[in-house]
Design a protein around this ligand. Structure first.
Ligand code: XLS
Ligand code: NI
Ligand code: NI
Length: 440
């Protein structure tokens, strides 16, 4: 273990009344909720990029936090220090998984061969550090949006050379993911979109992205990757129009190009809200299509139109998200905190406070979602709401055992239908409130 966070103890569950800031108030890993240990419901992951690399830069100012971990930035010493800090950080919080982009692990060289050598070196080191611990990879990915070569896209680039570089990065990131025992491999199409139709062949670009994904699947399976591939939908930022706009659009794309057997979705809360949906909406769409894969656990700001990547704090949102996830049978992946401290929260302590907040907020969401399901009033209301399809003409519609002519005859005979019944939204929202706050 490293020695970067010496003044920070192991974070333990102390219960909601604890005033110790370095403790969990709700996340109690061994506690059984809805038939399983909390930690099994909530495989949390640390995002290498935000936690170890992001230091507070924004469009208007430079870094506010020191993420050097005692080493010179941009060196392999720094890469190793980050890996040591990662393991110490995860062990102190009891986090068992991490997610990474290739270039989060090492400084990118101008020659890709050199970058790959560095990746080999750091992956040996990470495996050495994690050997004998329970720390492993949740998912890996290739950063195909930061380097200037990707200014016109990666799989969607107009340049065949750039397409090959994207392929090389995906291949290497898959190698690393397999070495690290990763459960998944993510494509977030940061530059896979366009600014203007005047210079863009959308069909061509989408076909090329799909071709890259097919080759990734073929290669991944050939080196023993048995996990899921994921697409992480996002509607905008950096591109104005992104091809993976939301869950529904992405599922359509995967089916169109025959990728739906190998791919699921990695749903990010803040991306769903940018698409004009709720987090739970995109989870539901993924779940009902058999595509519930993994989650990027963060939250956005309803007043801002970009990906603020805040640590989850909104318990209503995590409750409704966990409700979708429990009803959807859980994730094949986990909960990756694609979240960063606010710019003025610039100390090592704040890194821990961010994760404590996020883990507690999801633990609360899990417990409250389980209560909603166990309470049963909402589920039974929904069942009752559609009960006209359980018998008679409704049942025949569901069985596909009728015709438009017959239904028309039925309606004309009825002359005017019975009321479809109240939606009772306010009553249902009151149930959620009483389950959330009934203990107060
Ligand atoms: C950016 C994305 C990114 C992906 C991984 O908005 O959320 O961080 O999770 O490339
Ligand atoms: Ni993300
Ligand atoms: Ni994001």
């Amino acid at each position: 273990m490293g020695n970067y966070f010496n003044n920070i103890p192991e974070i333990r569950y102390e219960g909601p009344k604890s005033k110790n800031p370095m403790s969990f108030k709700f996340y109690d890993p061994e506690k059984i909720v809805y038939g399983k240990k909390m930690k099994e419901h909530l495989p949390f992951a640390m995002a290498w990029w935000h936690n170890l690399c992001a230091a507070g830069t924004d469009m208007f100012g430079t870094i506010t936090a020191d993420k050097s971990f005692g080493a010179e930035l941009g060196t392999m010493d720094h890469a190793r220090a980050k890996a040591e800090a990662a393991v110490e950080f995860m062990q102190k919080l009891g986090i068992e998984y991490y997610c990474f982009h290739d270039v989060d692990l090492v400084p990118e060289a101008t020659d890709i061969n050199e970058t790959n050598d560095r990746l080999d070196e750091i992956s040996d080191y990470i495996l050495k550090l994690t050997d004998g611990t329970n720390i492993k990879c949740l998912w890996g990915t290739a950063n195909m949006f930061g380097n200037p070569r990707y200014m016109n896209g990666a799989g969607s680039s107009n340049s065949a050379d750039v397409f090959c570089f994207a392929a090389a990065q995906v291949k290497k990131a898959l190698d690393l993911t397999v070495r690290f025992g990763g459960r998944g491999y993510v494509f977030w199409g940061g530059r896979e979109g366009y600014e203007s139709l005047l210079n863009t062949d959308v069909k061509f670009e989408q076909e090329n992205i799909a071709a890259l994904m097919h080759m990734a699947v073929e290669y991944g399976r050939s080196i023993g990757f048995t996990g899921d591939f994921y697409i992480e939908p996002k509607p905008k930022e950096p591109m104005k129009h992104q091809y993976d706009f939301d869950a529904a659009t992405t599922i359509g794309f995967l089916r169109q190009y025959g990728l739906d057997k190998d791919f699921k979705l990695n749903i990010e809360a803040n991306h769903a809200t940018l698409a004009g949906h709720t987090f739970q909406h995109d989870l539901r769409i993924a779940a009902i299509n058999g595509m519930l894969g993994s989650v990027d656990a963060n939250q956005g700001d309803y007043l801002l139109g970009w990906d603020t990547d805040e640590f989850p704090f909104n318990v209503y949102e995590t409750t409704m998200a966990m409700y979708e996830i429990l009803k959807g049978g859980g994730l094949t992946g986990g909960f990756n905190f694609d979240a960063k401290n606010r710019r003025p929260s610039n100390t090592y302590e704040d890194m821990f406070y961010g994760y404590i907040l996020g883990m507690d907020t999801f633990a609360l969401g899990l417990m409250k979602a389980a209560q909603i399901i166990e309470d049963g009033r909402i589920e039974s209301f929904i069942k009752e709401r559609y009960s006209s399809f359980e018998t008679g003409i409704g049942k025949r519609i569901r069985l596909g055992d009728t015709t438009l002519q017959e239904l028309s005859d039925y309606a004309l005979k009825l002359r005017t239908p019975n009321s479809p019944g109240s939606g009772r939204q306010e009553y249902l929202e009151s149930i959620v409130n009483s389950l959330l706050f009934g203990g107060c």
